[in-house]
Design a protein around this ligand. Sequence first.
Ligand code: PAF
Length: 264
Amino acid sequence: MLQVIKTASAFRDWRNGAAGGKTLGFIPTMGGLHAAHLSLAQRSLAENDLTAVSIYLNRTQFNNPEDFEKYPADFQEDLAALEELGVQAVFAPTYEEMYPDDYRYRITESEISTVLEGEHRPGHFDGVMTVVMKLLCIADATRAYFGEKDWQQLQLVRGMVEAFFLPVEIVPCPTGRTESGLAMSSRNRRLSPQGLELAARFNQAMRAAETPQDATRELETLGFEVEYVADLEGRRLGAVVLEGVRLIDNMDLAETAAAVASKA
Ligand code: PAF
């Protein structure tokens, strides 16, 4: 039976009581769960004795208030999906519970967090790392699962866990995609049916282009507002806006080279 836990101390009681001595897989989310979130939960259920999912829309990581307000969420629907999978616990705190310090204390990184997403979303990664640090401290998980769609986030969380000697294994999981190749995201729910169709071209254009500049030109021609496309440390990363919805994606550069070679 799924337990919904609202406070850090109640979660700790559960972890040290009913969940004591068991391996725990943990999946941090902001709600609005989709198939990719559920696949992380399934993987965790297969690899651990117990699985907990946090549902917390973390306002400190939103630099754009409209994006925060419009973030799709249906708590009851999320709970029903997790219960059906057999997840044992959901942690769903309030802002006051997560930030008793009102965000006076925060985690900052000075390199990876300053480029691409960090450059376009000032303060975003401070909010992400701070809330993930808090969640990991509360959860006391054996493993925590993160999707590769948020590539910079994944690198920063891994680096933070190493830097602060946190006793948890970070498990990277491949980006969940629709049949058209569109990376799954809660924000996709805000797109119109035509927008959803066009959104699939984001990944296709990034993959097929020889250079980030070519990808940018192609995406702009298709009607996307391009924030950036860049090649960095073996990956191509991009962020675009479509119908007022911000989308991100990334892929191994070997995959783009293969696509280019197959075109030749
Ligand atoms: O990837 C997300 O959904 C969020 O950034 C996370 C990790 C749950 C922190 O709020």
